[in-house]
Ligand binder design. Structure first.
Ligand SMILES: [Zn+2]
Ligand SMILES: [Zn+2]
Length: 307
């Protein structure tokens, strides 16, 4: 029902914007038709993204359960607690996606944004490769802002309060953070001029990177060095989830780890020394409770003195 509303709104939007038909290789060229294709090409990528997300998440969850053999009951309880965040964050995500698509359409129609002003802006390389790198840099900046701006940190720290990190930690996101994340993404799309096709490509890589970086599985030292030279690995993201500074404020990368290396926020920590959580909120029973963690951003900031 919600999705139908979204599509009809989007069709109206496209009508208003007199959508251009000269875009290449992506959804925008079809949206201009304003017929059944609109629904098809919007629903198809949405369905694909949901399938990809749940598919990788479920597969890794069972792999963790059967290979690492954690206590079954506590893994289920932990997962259910994190799963509750999905039901609060998903409506926000879907609603904000309408505005994201609107902005992406607007920048395409008006040939707006950094990417369009780069040399060879019509080439696949600039549109998708450079665009991907630019969006990833913007996400790195977003993550730093979420850590450094206190009112925003109160929402993001909910993700950091998980003391038993596994693949389900990926979905532990306060709906308030979902709202801010989507606001920033809309700003990034406006600044970069990212097409809907680029957003879909990026989302696919982001899904894989975000889920795998939260899994309990770690790469061998050799592979962690090789893959971690460019991409965020579980080994690197686990450091970001260590309960104490300076580790909490390092390894901000989303898909690529190069930004942390470039801007001095890269750090390493052995698995045996890593303790998940956040030092201001180490009460286990509170962190396990969805209701308590949900309320954290609305409480007074006196206990956030590590930021
Ligand atoms: Zn963080
Ligand atoms: Zn994380």
């Amino acid at each position: 029902m919600l999705i139908n509303v979204k599509f009809s709104d989007f069709t109206l939007l496209v009508k208003n914007f007199h959508f251009a038909t000269d875009c290449i290789c992506n959804i925008e060229i079809f949206i201009a038709d304003m017929n059944f294709k609109t629904s098809y090409f919007i629903t198809h990528p949405t369905g694909f993204q949901i399938l990809l997300y749940t598919g990788i998440l479920t597969w890794l969850w069972f792999a963790e359960a059967y290979i690492l053999l954690p206590p079954v009951k506590s893994k289920w309880q932990h997962t259910i607690s994190n799963l509750k965040f999905v039901f609060t964050a998903l409506p926000v995500q879907l609603f904000m996606t309408i505005f994201l698509v609107m902005i992406s359409s607007w920048v395409a129609i008006h040939h707006w944004g950094i990417l369009i002003h780069l040399p060879f802006s019509n080439s696949f390389f600039v549109k998708y490769f450079i665009g991907f790198i630019l969006l990833d840099f913007f996400d790195y900046v977003y993550h730093i802002i979420m850590h450094k701006v206190k009112p925003l940190w109160k929402f993001h720290l909910v993700h950091h309060t998980d003391q038993t990190m596994d693949v389900s930690t990926t979905i532990r996101e306060h709906p308030g953070e979902t709202f801010f994340r989507m606001c920033f993404l809309i700003i990034w799309v406006f600044l970069s001029g990212a097409s809907f096709g680029l957003l879909l490509l990026r989302q696919t890589f982001q899904t894989i990177a975000n889920i795998t970086s939260h899994t309990q599985f770690r790469l061998s030292e050799k592979n962690a060095k090789r893959i971690g030279a460019i991409f965020v690995t579980p080994n690197l993201h686990h450091v970001h989830h260590h309960f104490k500074l300076p580790y909490t404020d390092c390894n901000y990368g989303d898909v690529l780890s190069i930004w942390d290396r470039l801007f001095g926020t890269y750090n390493e920590l052995e698995s045996s020394k890593t303790v998940f959580g956040i030092d201001t909120h180490m009460n286990k029973s509170i962190c396990k409770s969805f209701t308590h963690t949900f309320k954290i951003p609305f409480k007074k900031t006196k206990d956030l003195n590590n930021k």
